[in-house]
Write a protein of this length. Structure first.
Lengths: 657, 150
């Protein structure tokens, strides 16, 4: 009965989404607050229904109800509870249901918390959100039912892929999806602004909290995915320019651009059309990502739950929703005003430059992802676009962005003072240059790359500090006065400083790790050893251990540096019994911000003596690669807590005719 | 069934960085490093978007063997890549070539930057100079600021 109840709740959710759309449109047309309230009620009901359906599916996974096809295909009774729960979103059907849950949750949140929005704008936005909900819920109900029953329930399920049985990956989809789908609110607000024909400072400020929340969640989601790849795939890589990664990266880049252009719209009334365009683009890229990941049109190292037949439906959803929104944009955008004027050297110019470079970066990722498809369709010739392409295109664009970044916050609106900014940044430039020179002396083998990367990272961090110094007038007024200014800074300013600082930390880690990593691999007998970086590793023992749903060989590898033991690593090689799959469980020794990364490989036979293939990597400053984005997301959340966002902009008084 | 097929496809992902295997290595470290650099630019044709440096698939192993032999024989990078593309087409290279068919791919990102800068410059050039206040406006401002004072 449970599964049928859940399926019924899902259909009820669809019905409520349709009602939400219809009632809210009627509310806008008739300017009726009663109908608007009914539409908002429907949004809440839609969310409640989908949440019930989601809870039913999760219950099915937790109690291992194998009469539900989805559970039978993706779960197993011996799987630990955490992974049974995470199995809810481990399949195509489950992940789409998670998408629906997030979509209706945002709709409900907009209905509840959108009190400061003008009535007509809110009605259109709620209607748009309802239309999105209708489309995706219809897809779920009719083409991707997560609660379909099997006529004969199997005794045991087929289990989840062991690679996915990992804490970071268990929570990765909820973060990623709440980020992806968070863009839907911006999309709905953008559509509403186009319908109403007015994009002003107040609109930009309403968009801001949603964009900040979605951006922060997406940042965390992507970082979790990268971290998972880093320690689970077993060779220490964290970003592969894989289509699936690109699919999540494009909405992130667009939202980053949006956060910056929305500031210009909010403070100076300029770039209104462009900000709306980015708002539509962000969710379109989210939907494109869902299509690319789920349809399997692109080969990827981590495409899970692929189904080409449903891919066509997802492509149609993308085409219809984005097509309609961008048509509306083409029709209405010319009516949006130009906004305030600004000089070539001004904060506006810096932010426009930021947007140009981020747009170009997005175009690069989009081209690199889709070009093989396009070229094959046109000429029949298959090509590959791999990491070397992105290193030659994306990386220089980002380097240019990083070069101008610290100047942006120091420039004043309208007309900036280039000489004054240079005076405030000379110390930061000196720090960056010294860091670069030091790196050139130390780093090997990729000296130039390491030095440039370190210089850019140090430039960002020192630039963020210089900006704080400027805001607090440190060294120019008394320390007490500086402290008072520092504690009085608005949260939004802190958020920006943290986000820029986090980017600097990430750049430091990424460039150091890429330029300076060392690798070693040997087949070792017991007692055998190998050297990596400054470390000496000895294979002490290998023992058989039994996990909840796997058998494993666990190695004990002792790492010493200058003769002193520094770490006892216990990497495992696991055999998952349910699907006879072998995985490597990496051991990572923390050495300050750096990692000693050790993998136990297959057992071989060398003249009657058992030997094991042991691989070890020295990954300098690897921690910063993941710490940086966490600091960035934290910046987003700090900015989100700024009270100016909660208060909103005073409503503009109607001018008497 | 799509699940077993998926798992089979994933099996290639599991035990990676196969190129580091000491059993395959060339005796000369410089040649070995050169071969490893080449591996990263060559796609494992049967895998899901991996270079042969990473893949443990048998075909990737064969390709590594061929490339190591050619490096040992002193062939240039261009010769080795030519050998691979003659047999497997452009698909085998992770870095697309700079040929006219890939013009949009390589030029696209920089065209977007150029177009954006063009729009920005147009916007900056068309801005109206800050207009001086007219006599009436100046008087009004003066009156208003005087009213503001106690």
């Amino acid at each position: 009965m449970m599964a049928e109840f859940g399926a019924f709740a899902l259909m009820l959710g669809l019905a409520c989404a349709i009602a939400q759309t219809g009632l809210s449109i009627a509310a806008r047309v008739r300017r009726s607050s009663v109908l608007a309230a009914a539409g908002e009620g429907a949004a809440l009901a839609s969310f409640a229904s989908v949440a019930i359906s989601f809870a039913v599916l999760m219950h099915g996974f937790v109690v291992s109800d194998f009469s539900i096809a989805n559970v039978a295909a993706n779960s197993h009774t011996e799987k630990p509870l955490l992974y049974r729960v995470a199995g809810t979103w481990g399949s195509h059907e489950g992940s789409i249901l998670l998408w629906d849950l997030a979509l209706t949750a945002y709709g409900a949140a907009m209905a509840l918390f959108g009190r400061s929005l003008p009535r007509s704008l809110k009605a259109v936005a709620v209607a748009t959100q309802g239309a999105l909900g209708t489309v995706f819920l219809a897809y779920t109900v009719f083409a991707s039912n997560p609660l379909a029953r099997l006529a004969q329930a199997p005794v045991e399920g087929r289990s989840l892929n062991p690679l996915l049985q990992d804490p970071a990956l268990a929570v990765h989809p909820p973060f990623l999806y709440s980020g992806y789908v968070g863009m839907s609110v911006i999309f709905s607000l953008a559509v509403a602004a186009l319908v109403e024909g007015r994009v002003d400072a107040a609109w930009a400020r309403w968009v801001r909290p949603w964009a900040l929340a979605a951006w922060s969640l997406l940042t965390i989601g992507i970082t979790l995915g990268a971290f998972w790849a880093y320690y689970e795939l077993g060779w220490g890589g964290w970003w592969f320019w894989d289509p699936v990664e690109n699919a999540s990266f494009m909405p992130w880049l667009v939202t980053t651009a949006l956060l910056h252009s929305a500031i210009v719209t909010e403070k100076r009334g300029a770039l209104a059309g462009w900000t709306v365009f980015l708002g539509l683009a962000a969710f379109s890229f989210s939907m494109l990502g869902a299509f690319l990941v789920r349809s399997g049109v692109l080969t990827s190292v981590h495409a899970f739950a692929v189904d080409p037949r449903r891919g066509v439906l997802l492509l149609m959803i993308l085409g219809v929703t984005s097509g309609a929104a961008f048509s509306l944009f083409a029709w209405r955008a010319p009516k949006l005003g130009q906004g305030g004027v600004f000089a070539p050297v001004s904060r506006e110019s810096a932010l426009v430059l930021n947007n140009i470079l981020l747009a170009a970066a997005t175009a690069t990722v989009l081209l690199g992802t889709l070009y093989p498809l396009i070229r094959e369709a046109l000429t029949g010739e298959a090509i590959s676009v791999g990491p070397p392409y992105f290193n030659l295109t994306f990386t220089p664009l980002m380097a240019a962005l990083i070069l101008v970044l610290p100047a942006g916050p120091l420039l004043s609106w309208k007309r900036g003072d280039a000489v004054g900014v240079a005076q405030r940044l000379w110390a930061a430039a000196a720090v960056a240059l010294l860091a670069g020179l030091a790196a050139y002396a130390i780093v090997s083998p990729r000296k130039a790359f390491g030095a440039l990367g370190l210089m850019l990272g140090a430039w960002l961090i020192a630039g963020a500090v210089a900006e704080l110094v400027e805001r607090t007038r440190a060294f120019r007024v008394s320390a007490a006065e500086s402290w008072r200014r520092l504690t009085g800074l608005p949260r939004g300013a802190w958020g920006m400083t943290f986000a820029h600082l986090g980017l600097g930390v990430f750049v430091l880690g990424a460039c150091f790790e890429t330029g300076w990593r060392a690798e070693a691999a040997e087949t070792l007998p017991l007692g055998g050893s190998l050297d990596v970086g400054a470390y000496h590793l000895t294979l002490d023992s290998v023992t058989a251990v039994e996990g909840p749903n796997y058998d494993a060989d666990r190695g004990l590898i002792v790492a010493t540096r200058n003769g002193k033991p520094v770490c006892r690593a216990e990497p495992e090689r696991r055999l998952y019994l349910a699907n006879a799959q072998t995985t490597s469980e990496v051991a990572i020794c923390d050495r300050g911000p750096s990692h000693l990364y050790i993998v136990l490989g297959e057992k071989r036979n060398a003249g009657g003596v058992p030997v094991w293939l042991v691989r070890a990597y020295w990954n300098p400053w690897a921690v910063l690669i993941f710490l940086g984005p966490v600091i960035m997301a934290l910046g987003g959340l700090i900015s989100l807590s700024d009270r100016r966002l909660r208060l909103g902009v005073p409503r503009r008084r109607e001018q008497p005719a | 069934m799509r699940l077993p097929a998926l798992l089979a496809a994933l099996a290639g992902v599991l035990c990676i960085a196969a190129a580091a295997d000491p059993a395959e290595r060339l005796p000369d470290p410089a040649q070995e490093a050169h071969a490893r650099a080449l591996f990263r630019d060559v796609r494992c044709l049967v895998c899901q978007n991996e270079s042969i440096d990473d893949s443990e698939a048998p075909l990737a192993g064969d390709l590594r063997g061929i490339i190591r032999e050619q490096v040992k024989a002193g062939k240039s990078d261009a010769q080795i890549k030519g050998y691979l593309t003659d047999r497997y087409g452009q698909f085998v290279l992770m870095k697309p070539t700079f040929d006219p068919g890939n013009l949009a791919l390589w030029a696209g990102p920089f065209l977007v930057v150029a177009f954006g800068l063009f729009l920005l410059l147009g916007r900056l050039r068309n801005r109206q100079p800050d207009v001086e206040l007219s006599k009436a406006e100046a008087d009004r401002l003066e009156r208003l600021s005087r009213e503001g004072r106690p």
